[in-house]
Design a protein around this ligand. Structure first.
Ligand SMILES: NC(=O)c1ccc[n+]([C@@H]2O[C@H](COP(=O)([O-])OP(=O)(O)OC[C@H]3O[C@@H](n4cnc5c(N)ncnc54)[C@H](O)[C@@H]3O)[C@@H](O)[C@H]2O)c1
Length: 348
């Protein structure tokens, strides 16, 4: 029998998500999230995987990201509307659900706007730790919007980044990120061009938002030995790198079936060679093999990362008051008497 509370689903609001992460500490939360993502990538074959379902419109995209490991099921609702910024709205907002596969009952509903920024940063750090040169200390961060600080702090915490060079077409975004990142203990340089930003960088992360094939990085900007995390190109028709960079790089992806539709490699033929990151993490395939090699993580965001993040929040919120209970599921005394339950709401 299901306990009555099974019908009142734990809900983590934006405020509670922020409080939960504060109570853990952002660096530790990012480290723990990265560990959860890596552990789930290492059991890749246990997941029932599918590319996300996208509904495109003139201004953006709304996506559903389902995944299951046969014990838990998760999905995330997420949008991508670069135009929102001009409307005073966020480019990306999200929420998600974690469910018990055995009963089909949701175990958790959570805001995932903040959680997506955290898991995307943790994912970049997992890829960077596996692929960047071990002596990498300088990050160029191009696109200084909502994701930016989380990206930098994850690389600071997990990969030992000490200096960040920032560039955004909007200097106000760069000023905002610079203030936040100095407060987090990073040495920050505000740059006037993308060229200037990548000067002396060991790692380049692009997280810009534009609904078109953009060229944030051109071929001449990426020298030997650099690791690139390209995370802003995550939708058909939306890329950040000149294709010539891909030709000179070893490209690593999450789930090729999705990345070939959404990632930087959508610019390339269907048989363009890529390596699935889980194979590198599990030691089946090499990652970086020389200091001269250019490694590129073509990150589009895959459902396993959200599954890991929801599982992490579910575990971490136990024993805390960082959630409410939602009257989300009908709970008649006799499971077959849904009608009788409805009738009682009409009396008195
Ligand atoms: N791969 C993933 O898992 C993942 C997860 C979340 C978001 N994203 C993507 O990352 C990108 C950034 O997301 P966000 O929430 O930070 O968006 P945002 O709108 O808050 O920030 C984007 C920033 O990019 C800047 N920008 C746009 N064009 C630029 C250019 N040519 N050069 C330099 N800067 C430029 C904008 O001025 C803005 O400050 C989006 O494209 C989003 O879809 C990817």
């Amino acid at each position: 029998m299901l306990l009555p509370d099974r019908a009142r689903v734990p809900f983590v609001s934006v405020e509670n998500m922020a409080r939960l992460v504060h109570s853990i500490g952002l660096p530790l939360a990012l480290e723990e999230l990265a560990a959860c993502i890596e552990a789930d990538f290492l059991r890749w074959d246990e997941f029932d995987k599918t590319p996300r379902l996208a509904s495109h419109s003139v201004d953006g995209v709304i996506e559903l990201m389902p995944i299951s490991d046969r014990r838990h099921y998760a999905f995330k609702y997420v949008n991508g509307h670069p135009v929102n910024q001009r409307r005073g709205l966020q480019t990306v907002v999200a929420f998600g659900v974690l469910s018990d596969v055995a009963s089909g009952y949701p175990l958790l509903m959570a805001e995932m706007t903040l959680l997506t920024a955290l898991r995307t940063a943790a994912m970049s750090a997992v890829a960077t730790r596996a692929l960047a040169r071990k002596d990498a200390r300088v990050l160029a961060l191009i696109g200084n919007g909502a994701q930016a600080e989380f990206q930098a702090i994850a690389l600071q915490t997990i990969c030992g980044i000490e200096r960040v060079r920032l560039y955004d077409i909007d200097p106000a975004a760069t000023r905002k990120a610079a203030g936040n990142l100095r407060a987090a203990g990073l040495s920050v340089t505000e740059c006037r061009t993308a060229h200037d930003a990548i000067e002396g960088a060991d790692i380049v992360t692009t997280c810009t938002a534009d609904k078109k094939y953009a060229t944030i990085l051109s071929d001449n900007m990426i020298g030997a030995g650099i690791h690139v995390n390209a995370i802003g190109g995550d939708c058909p028709g939306k890329t950040e790198l000149h294709r010539d960079i891909l030709l000179r790089s070893d490209v690593f992806v999450e789930f090729p079936e999705q990345t070939r539709i959404e990632g930087e490699i959508q610019q390339m033929p269907e048989d363009f060679p890529v390596t699935e990151l889980w194979r590198v993490l599990s030691g089946r395939r090499p990652g970086r093999v020389s200091d001269q090699q250019i490694t590129l993580f073509d990150g589009v965001g895959f459902a396993i990362e959200d599954f890991s993040a929801l599982r992490y929040v579910y575990d971490r919120m136990q024993g805390t008051d960082f959630f409410d209970r939602l009257d989300l599921l009908a709970d008649p005394d006799d499971p077959r008497d849904l009608y009788g339950m409805w009738r009682r709401f009409g009396t008195g």
